[in-house]
Structure formats: C-alpha cells, structure tokens
Design a protein around this ligand. Structure first.
Ligand SMILES: [Zn+2]
Length: 328
C-alpha cells in the first residue's frame, strides 16, 4: 500500500527532524553546555590520564603537545621555545590544558578556536579567566564563546616567532576555521590544525553546509604542501581507515597505514600527526577524483556535469555511506 511505500521515507524524515532538533538544542541552548559539562566529568572519571598517550614533538624551536581531552578530542599546546610564549588550539577541557601550561612553564598568549561546538570551544572562557591577557581567535559567524579577535580567510596570527594563517573552511559549521603554522622560519614542515574539517582518513559531518561548500574547504587542505603535518581534532583513525577499506579495498597505502594505526591503538597511543601527502593517498574525503571510489559508490559523471559538480556529488554520497557505516 501507499503507506508502506512511504514508510521508510517518513521514518527517514522523522529521523532527520529529530536529529536537527537535537543539533539545535546542542548548539543553541544551555542544554548543549550542560551535556558537554557532563561528558567532561565522565571522561575525567573514565580516563584520568587521558584517552590516549601522546608525546610532544619538537621542531627546531617549536614544541607541539597533543593533549588528550574528553573521550576522543585533542587540544594542542604550541610553544615558541625561545620566548616560552604559547598558543592553544581548541582547549575543550581547561583543567587538562592548564595542567600542561603549568608543567611547561609557558605564558598563554592566544586561543585558536576552530569552531563553536562545545567539545572544541567549551574551555575558552575558563582558560581566559586564568590568563586575562590571552586573546581568543575564531570566525565571527560561529558564535565562539569568549571570542575577542574575529578572523577572516587568510588573516594571520603572530605569537612570539610563530606565524599562523587562518583559513576559512565552512561545511561542518558555518564559521569553521583551520590554522596553518608556518614551519619555514624554523626549517621545519608546516603544521595544520584542522579541527573537525579533516581527520586521519576522515572528514567532519556536514552539519551546516552543502557538499559543494565542504568540497571547496577540503580542496584548500588538498592544496597544501605534502610535507604539512596534520593535527586533527579527534582520535578517529581506526574507524576511519576501516571505512576507507570499504570504499577503496585495493588501496595499499591505506592498508599499511591501517596496520600501523592498529599497533598504535593497541597501546592507546595517539595517531597524530599524519601528513597531507599521506592523507591524499588514503583519505577518501580528499579523493573524490578516484575511479575506484566512484565504482564503489556507484556514481558516474553525467554527460553535462562539470568535474567540480561531480566531485561534490561523490562527496555527498561518500558522507552518506560514512554516516550509515557509523550506525552499524
Ligand atoms: Zn564539531
């Protein structure tokens, strides 16, 4: 009957509406903040030493420290070792970040916030209270708590000898930004702090943007030099590479990275950083051009469809597959 025919569609619509309502509650109301506080308490109980073990990386005068917070987030403390001035990216749990600041004996000059979601921005105000001269950077479109210095595309932030370039990458949220630390002055590779835009072998959900918007944000990442280090906002490597195997089963680079990630995760070790060069070889979300991917997703370029339009359609399909994969 007609009812049965439409049932799956209606069910899907209900799911979408329910999900949108939840998302609005999370991002726009106090309930979202309360949920985040609860998650933080639970994570501190479950993982008193953090969800993963990580080590600082020293790059000729810059020190990058991944800080494991909540159940799978990373904040990053970045230090100019000559001046002991520091920047933190997405300090979701201010207590954990403050502990590392004290341990390193550095002065916090700036918070670089990638986007408004509580698991990235929830610690801004708490940390600012402890460091009153600290500036809070982010995009004005994103309602970032404690924002003092709104940034637009390609604006720079300088702290000590460190130069960061902010890149506007909407899609996950309307005001998502990523931050590129220039390594040249240090004779080191550059570092990209990618928030929820790109993860090891994955990309963020498209909560507030179309596939076309997300694709142009991902293309910015794909255009960076291959030796750029990638420091994402979450530890999702193992799941993401499992999904990548479904859509590109014959990709040998993906398989060897997966074996390495399994070893790391077996000991709860952090999988950051990878490099942009590596990601371009196995991250399906940076590979919307791949013929094997098109075959797996059963999408074909239409005769009058331009290449970018087609790649956006591939990305949309890929994201749908990933969302279904997560629900299994
Ligand atoms: Zn997010």
């Amino acid at each position: 009957c007609r009812g049965c025919q439409f049932a799956p569609f209606l069910y899907n619509m209900m799911e979408v509406i329910f999900f949108l309502k939840l998302y609005t509650l999370y991002t726009r109301t106090r309930l979202g903040y309360m949920y985040y506080k609860r998650q933080m308490r639970k994570a501190r109980e479950h993982y008193p030493a953090g969800h993963s073990t990580s080590f600082p990386m020293d790059l000729n005068g810059i020190r990058i420290i991944p800080i494991s917070v909540l159940s799978d987030n990373y904040s990053y403390l970045i230090i100019d070792t000559a001046s002991s001035l520091a920047v933190v990216v997405d300090p979701a749990d201010p207590q954990s970040v403050q502990a590392v600041i004290l341990e390193e004996g550095v002065m916090l000059e700036a918070i670089l916030c990638t986007h408004k979601h509580w698991d990235h921005s929830g610690g801004n105000k708490g940390l600012k209270r402890l460091h009153s001269s600290c500036r809070v950077y982010g995009n004005a479109a994103d309602n970032i708590p404690g924002l003092t210095h709104p940034l637009s595309h390609k604006e720079s932030v300088t702290v000590g000898r460190m130069h960061f370039k902010a890149l506007f990458t909407p899609g996950h949220t309307v005001g998502h930004m990523i931050y590129l630390l220039d390594g040249q002055a240090f004779g080191a590779p550059s570092s990209l702090f990618s928030g929820d835009l790109v993860f090891l072998s994955g990309c963020g959900r498209m909560f507030e943007g179309s596939a076309t918007t997300m694709l142009s944000s991902l293309d910015i990442v794909g255009s960076l030099s291959d030796d750029t280090l990638l420091w994402p906002g979450h530890e999702y490597a193992e799941d993401n590479l499992l999904f990548a195997a479904e859509v590109e089963p014959r990709n040998a680079t993906r398989e060897s990275k997966y074996q390495w990630v399994l070893q790391q995760r077996g000991q709860k070790m952090c999988t950051s950083p990878s490099t942009i060069g590596e990601e371009k070889q196995y991250n399906p979300f940076l590979r919307s051009h791949s013929a094997e991917l098109h075959l797996a997703l059963r999408v074909q370029q239409l005769p009058d469809e331009d290449w970018t339009q087609f790649r956006a359609r591939v990305l949309e399909e890929l994201r749908k597959h990933k969302d279904l994969f997560n629900r299994r």
